[in-house]
Ligand binder design. Structure first.
Ligand SMILES: NC(=O)c1ccc[n+]([C@@H]2O[C@H](COP(=O)([O-])OP(=O)(O)OC[C@H]3O[C@@H](n4cnc5c(N)ncnc54)[C@H](OP(=O)(O)O)[C@@H]3O)[C@@H](O)[C@H]2O)c1
Length: 331
């Protein structure tokens, strides 16, 4: 394959979920890749083990023509004052999420192209699809077009990731960021975790077995999510029983009713005004203490013990060891 970035050396800054997969895919596509990582960190060790030259972040930025900024969103603003002066003649900057482009006041070299190339899934999926000769769709956007060829950079970089084999969606930094945040808050993380936890609590409070409640309201979610992923909402409805279908259509909207919609509107407004980003930045500045405490409390929720017992890592509901999964899961 011809190098889709025309011979530029790419510095992948951050060798985590996205960084590792992107560095490997780019290298397979014939791109010269170096890695920026903090000295002594896990990412640096993994990058070297995978055969990459690894440097401190600023040094990697200094050596590259294109920098892919793949640090956690909440880390980049604090790391930027050290990276920015090293960018020098770096002509291209690639971000995988628009969060810091929209909300953080990052300084860029005057002539740099700054683009968004956001794969629509985790790094391991991006990597696995590329290994199979397939691709993961990606969102592309241009934040700054210093050269007049920023779209070429975005498309070349996405081609290096293998995403061109699926589909490249042109969007804006604002749309990618706001929809991504809304999706993870309303559905994929926040909405889903709140929904299954509330359903579990309702059943257990009425005296039902926690293990059965777990299997029904949490564990089986995967089978339906797979169906949704493969066939969409209408297709999922063709794959469930008549009783489940009647309950779905007549009862689902009562769970996600006017109050839930009002909640979604409110959190979308907080995303659009920047209130969510400010709250997150304040939490990071306080050392994430409120977040870490909430996560630690949730880790002790009875739903976790129910999972251990239901899936055979502890005694099953009937006292048996390890048999509960087979005995209780209907699918
Ligand atoms: N995760 C996804 O599925 C996904 C999907 C699409 C887009 N994105 C976007 O991709 C970007 C990267 O996210 P990610 O999930 O790949 O991040 P991540 O897995 O959390 O990886 C972070 C990397 O950054 C390094 N790092 C963390 N704190 C650092 C610091 N203070 N100084 C220097 N290096 C530091 C870590 O190094 P050590 O190994 O040394 O700890 C690690 O290698 C984000 O913009 C994210 O929104 C993510």
């Amino acid at each position: 394959m011809t190098d889709p970035l025309g011979g530029a050396t790419v510095a992948v800054l951050g060798f985590g979920n996205q960084g590792e997969a992107q560095a490997l895919n780019l290298r397979d596509a014939g791109v010269a890749v170096i890695v920026g990582a903090r000295p002594g960190g896990r990412g640096e060790a993994r990058a070297r083990a995978a055969g990459f030259e690894a440097f401190p972040l600023a040094e990697a930025a200094r050596r590259a023509g294109v920098c892919a900024v793949l640090l956690p969103d909440e880390v980049t603003p604090g790391a930027w004052p050290a990276i920015a002066p090293a960018l020098g003649d770096t002509v291209g900057l690639v971000f995988a999420h628009g969060f810091d482009l929209l909300y953080a006041d990052l300084a860029f070299p005057a002539r740099a192209d700054v683009v968004l190339v956001s794969p629509t899934g985790p790094g391991r999926v991006l990597r696995e699809l590329a290994r199979r000769g397939e691709g993961l769709p990606a969102y592309l956007a241009v934040h700054r077009d210093g050269s007049g060829r920023a779209w070429e950079l975005a498309e070349g970089y996405a081609t290096g990731l293998g995403c061109h084999r699926a589909r490249l969606w042109r969007t804006t930094v604002r749309e990618e960021t706001e929809v991504d945040l809304f999706g993870e808050q309303a559905v994929l993380c926040g909405g889903m975790n709140a929904l299954v936890t509330a359903a579990f609590e309702v059943l257990v409070a009425r005296g039902y077995s926690p293990e059965i409640a777990y299997l029904e309201c949490v564990h089986q979610l995967k089978y339906l999510a797979d169906l949704l992923h493969e066939r969409g909402v209408a297709g999922l409805r063709q794959g469930i029983s008549g009783t489940a279908l009647y309950g779905d259509v007549t009862r689902g909207p009562r769970v996600v009713g006017a109050a839930a919609r009002a909640g979604m509107e409110a959190l979308l407004e907080e995303i659009r005004t920047g209130a969510f980003a400010r709250a997150w930045a304040e939490e990071v500045a306080r050392g994430r203490t409120t977040l870490d405490a909430a996560v630690a409390r949730a880790a002790n929720h009875p739903i976790e013990e129910a999972r251990r017992r239901a899936l055979g890592t502890g005694p099953g509901p009937d006292g048996s060891q390890g048999e509960s999964r087979k005995a209780l899961s209907k699918n």
